[in-house]
Ligand binder design. Structure first.
Ligand code: MTE
Ligand code: MO
Length: 334
């Protein structure tokens, strides 16, 4: 986002065909030394998304998570928009802990160990402690949430996540009345996360929300995508999804939740306060200093058909969330 000083450029590869075809072509092009030119050869495919069932599950998924995903509640596609195929969602990623290129996380995140996993809960609450992933998930029924996902870099997707409302989790820790904000921290372990052996960002990655944003019914903790456990590159085993905010608010691979009285100091807002605010609500009227936010590229697209569309205020979730910001100047609190 900041480091490479790159523009909202085209994807390096065109990730639009079925997974098998995609992989075969990738191998072929790699062999021919043409990988970077893949986009030129990819036909546009406007096909319906693959059925959730056709998405392979990861190996080593804990049994309790597999059961949860199988027993999930159904949902519906509230956006009414075409889903972004799994092979794009899982290969075009931002996860700087595994590298800066979009293809790096898919290539490098296999080294992330997700078992055992635990989350430390701290700060202004009555039930702090160290919770295992199983403790965290136990009482929650997973549900499908199909959301638009808009990165600050001006690309977007529509993604079928599986997760549960963050409010149902936070309530279990009995936050005190003084808790006005909640902070989320990603794992820091350079042995597993090669990107952390560089100083591309100050580690660990920290994000945060105002408590009313955190307990808004649209805010979820996701553990699955396309009906299967999250691939590590998407922030397994536990990541935030806040669909009306730019993607960088949605911290991945969370190991700490902290309740605070004051606004947490978050990674991007600290690093480049003029570019990335704490709120980061999707807002076509407030441009990034280096590019417009009026429009976005809906993935997948190709060099020949970048699939531009108008960006919607609050990413289209204004009817649900605008009330959270009544009376606030969203040009200042961007
Ligand atoms: N820990 C961590 N979380 C992160 C990031 C990151 O680099 N590290 N990138 C953010 C950004 S900029 C985006 S757009 C989304 C990307 O999520 P996805 O790869 O699942 O699409 O993750 C967000 N969460
Ligand atoms: Mo992003």
């Amino acid at each position: 986002m900041l480091i490479l000083n790159r523009s909202a450029s085209e994807p390096r590869t065109s990730e639009i065909t079925s997974e098998t075809v995609y992989r075969q072509r990738r191998e072929l092009l790699k062999a021919a030394g043409l990988f970077g030119a893949a986009a030129f050869f990819s036909p546009l495919l406007h096909a319906a998304p693959a059925a959730f069932q056709s998405v392979p599950d990861r190996k080593n998924v804990p049994g309790f998570l597999r059961e949860k995903l199988t027993a999930r509640k159904g949902g519906q596609n509230a956006t009414g928009e075409v889903l972004t195929p799994f092979e794009v969602v899982s290969t075009y990623n931002n996860f700087y802990e595994f590298g800066l290129e979009k293809s790096d996380p898919a290539e490098n995140a296999g080294s992330l160990r997700m078992e055992p996993w635990s989350v430390r809960v701290e700060g202004l609450c009555e039930a702090p402690g160290l919770y295992t992933l199983e403790d965290i998930l136990k009482p929650h029924v997973l549900e499908d949430r199909i959301y638009r996902f808009r990165c600050v870099e001006a690309w977007s997707m529509v993604v079928p996540w599986q997760g549960f409302p963050l409010r149902d989790l936070l309530r279990r820790f009995r936050p005190s009345t003084g808790a006005r904000y909640v902070e989320f921290t990603t794992l820091k372990d350079p042995a597993q996360m090669p990107g952390q052996r560089t100083e591309s960002l100050p580690w660990p990655y920290v994000e945060g929300l105002r408590i009313d944003e955190a307990i808004h019914p649209l805010t979820i903790m996701a553990v699955g995508v396309y009906g299967r456990s999250l691939p590590p590159q998407n922030g397994a085993p536990l990541r935030l999804i806040v669909p009306w905010k730019y993607g960088f608010k949605s911290a991945k691979s969370i190991v700490r939740i902290r309740f605070l009285a004051g606004q947490p100091s978050t990674t991007w807002s600290k690093l480049a306060p003029a570019e990335y605010g704490f709120y980061a609500n999707v807002n076509p009227a407030v441009d990034h200093p280096r590019w417009t936010q009026r429009r976005e590229r809906r993935l997948p697209g190709t060099l020949f058909s970048p699939n531009w569309r108008e960006t919607m205020q609050f990413n289209g979730y204004g009817p649900e969330v605008a009330g959270l910001y009544r009376g606030m100047n969203l040009n200042r609190h961007f």
